[in-house]
Design a protein around this ligand. Sequence first.
Ligand code: ZN
Length: 197
Amino acid sequence: MADKTPIDTLIDLMARLPGLGPRSARRAVLHLIRKRGQLLAPLAEAMAEVAATARECLNCGNVASGDICPICADIKRENGILCVVEDVADLWAMERSGVFRGRYHVLGGTLSALDGIGPDELRIPRLKDRLATERVSEVILALNATIDGQTTAHYIADELDGRVTLSSLAQGVPIGGELDYLDDGTITAALNARKQI
Ligand code: ZN
């Protein structure tokens, strides 16, 4: 068998992306090669820059190009109200809806006995630190309606009980539905009708 060419390597890597398979990867790579100047070169440059600079925000766990993400650095965002999400994709979904103007805390997953993920593997200790240092008055638990998501929400509610007003997104978030799959209107309605717990 002939050695792999750089183009084969690129196709193999692209095929590992979510939503792409080998066929879509081949089409995408062919398109990139044909648009080398307008697309391939700028894409390669943007990827190299993200690869060199992307990291987790030290404060909230969002992705950032420096120590602190743009949301934590934004002085126009409301202080004192924290929206707790499982994953950066959930944060992006909330931001897309444009309804929330407070700040976020990204847990980085859910508690899972099966996978050996306990509170210290998530950003739960950091969440408690933030309550003290940022004068948080309300925590909105915007966790997914999966079993692990709800177990995690209950755990956090118990841990923070009495220290802060706690609320969760209203019903209407479908069972097993992840925030990222909801349309903006559903997220807005779920946030506006959030219930205190
Ligand atoms: Zn941040």
